[in-house]
Write a protein that binds this ligand. Sequence first.
Ligand code: GLY
Length: 366
Amino acid sequence: MEKTLFVSLGKRSYPIHIGTDTLKTIGEKLKQHNLKERATIISTPYIFELYGSVVVKSLKDQGIDSQTVLVEPGEESKSLGKAAQIYDKLIGSKTDRFMPILALGGGVIGDLSGFVASTYMRGTPYIQLPTTLLAQVDSSIGGKVAVNHPEAKNIIGSFYQPRFVLADMNTLESLPEREYLSGLAEVVKYAFISADDFLDYLEKNISGIMAKETDVLTEIVLRCCRIKGKIVEEDERDYGLRAVLNFGHTIGHSIEAVSHYENYRHGEAVAIGIMGAALVSKIKGYADDKLVSKVRNLLTSMSLPTELKEVSVKDILEHIKLDKKVVEGKIQFVLLKAPGEVIIESVDSKTIEKAVKQLVKEGARA
Ligand code: GLY
């Protein structure tokens, strides 16, 4: 079973294929895209061990050679140093700009591979083969590719769209539970920022979501890709609408940063950030108690955290103030008025402080 949708960006348009056992079709799909030259697969040792043979065989069956570059998992691999090692390999193997790069893995692999693809020979084709829920619903779509600088995440990068995205639901079976749940936080984000019936769908399918039922997963990934794809079509270069994708990320990023990316997975921090954004929306008079409860209930029904702990409120507030979204002492926030109705507004630091303190008290509800 495979479903396909398209991101329409003129000459940079591309399909997203979602289904089960889809990795087996990578060779055929490369050929359909006229990418028949040797492919470079970039992956982690663990993911390549699990899925590398399927990908390599599919390529071979279509007469496509491949080489592999393995990088260690984790944010540290999103570095210029790692990119340079990959350039060495590409140059050493005489890779030219018609030979595709396949990003087989999660967000780190996708971002690093996309960055290398966007710069090597001024741009080589690349394909996203996301193997985590987070990458399937979020980071593999949209074309933002980057590596980190020791002083700032994702600061060195570009906009560079993949030729296609191929998401195989089977890969989610091997995903550790905590990573899966972390990916669900982005799914919750989409449900609240989109004005369709996605939120209803999630609320009605909690047991299928928690049991990782294939049909439910396929539907979720499809819907998230559709929502993100539409936003990217409107605002590819992030000058306006794309900011709604930051729902839950202002407080979320600060939680991650002050805990040195150790205590919380990205999605866990985003889940708490979504709760925080709902509380800010309530304090600002946009959201009522019912809406705040709806946010809390959906997050907790997916075993996602809503409570801030082990991080100091003061550190969070200081970090938010240092953030690039601060304009004249006010912080740009994506606020919720109703499901599917968000606004971007400057919020003063007192209001944020109040909401962050309430996040600590969320624990008392449990
Ligand atoms: N690569 C993630 C994005 O473009 O949003």
